[in-house]
Design a protein around this ligand. Structure first.
Ligand code: GTP
Ligand code: MG
Length: 208
């Protein structure tokens, strides 16, 4: 899982400005501040590729990155703006929803959505809404979008309770028609824990 090269492809604040779909995309979704941008940096082993911030709501557009593995496989990693950030205006929230939903529903190259959930918080209503949205749009698009759960910031959870947190998360997720949402993967961008498992899962779902 050595990534030999990674680069920024494009940022899109509207569906019209998305770059043309070229190869399999893996999108990272979740609440603001859950660690989506940090996780992408950890996956490609470049601290500064994606901007991260302790202020929730720092990623406001859809950002696409390309990563190339040693064996030549190429992945598009898609950083989605976070949800659940209430300090935004109603119109901003509506614009956010149509951008994300349009992307998830219409992107032909979307292979998988990795839903990130803070290991300390578990699934919240926003997350369940996203799961239901993906499930519903799967029928419309007639393409298999896989959904995987990732528990982030496991370095903040006591060693002895990580397993319990992952069990609870896996059990709380509704079963998907497409068979997605197998066991949640624990991840930390501080320690790098889970990086290998995540790459294995990404390669499996993208079949690259
Ligand atoms: P938005 O762009 O606002 O949606 O947030 P995001 O999900 O991209 O989160 P981001 O990666 O910017 O991280 C948010 C904060 O959490 C930052 O202060 C990170 O340093 C911190 N953080 C991210 N991942 C981890 C982790 O694995 N462990 C710990 N302890 N902190 C983390
Ligand atoms: Mg971000």
């Amino acid at each position: 899982f050595q990534i030999v090269d990674s680069s920024f492809v494009a940022g899109a604040g509207s569906l019209a400005s998305l770059p043309p779909p070229v190869s399999a995309e893996v999108a990272f979704a979740g609440r603001s501040n859950v660690g989506k941008s940090s996780l992408i940096n950890t996956l490609v082993e470049r601290k500064g590729l994606v901007r991260t911030s302790s202020n929730p709501g720092s990623t406001r557009q859809i950002n696409l990155y390309e990563a190339r593995a040693r064996d030549g496989a190429v992945f598009q990693l898609v950083d989605l703006p976070g949800y659940g950030f209430t300090r935004r205006s109603k119109s901003e929230q509506a614009a956010w929803a149509s951008l994300i939903e349009g992307y998830l529903r219409g992107r032909v190259t979307l292979a998988a959505v990795l839903l990130l959930v803070d290991a300390r918080r578990g699934l919240e209503e926003d997350d369940l809404e996203l799961i239901r949205f993906i499930e519903a749009s799967r029928d419309v698009a007639r393409r298999p979008v896989e959904l995987l759960l990732v528990a982030t910031k496991v370095d903040k959870v006591q060693r002895s309770s990580v397993r319990r947190a992952l069990d609870q998360l896996s059990a709380a997720a509704p079963r998907m028609a497409g068979g997605g949402l197998r066991r949640a993967i624990g991840f930390s961008s501080i320690t790098g824990e889970g990086r290998r498992d995540l790459w294995l899962a990404i390669r499996r779902v993208t079949q690259l």
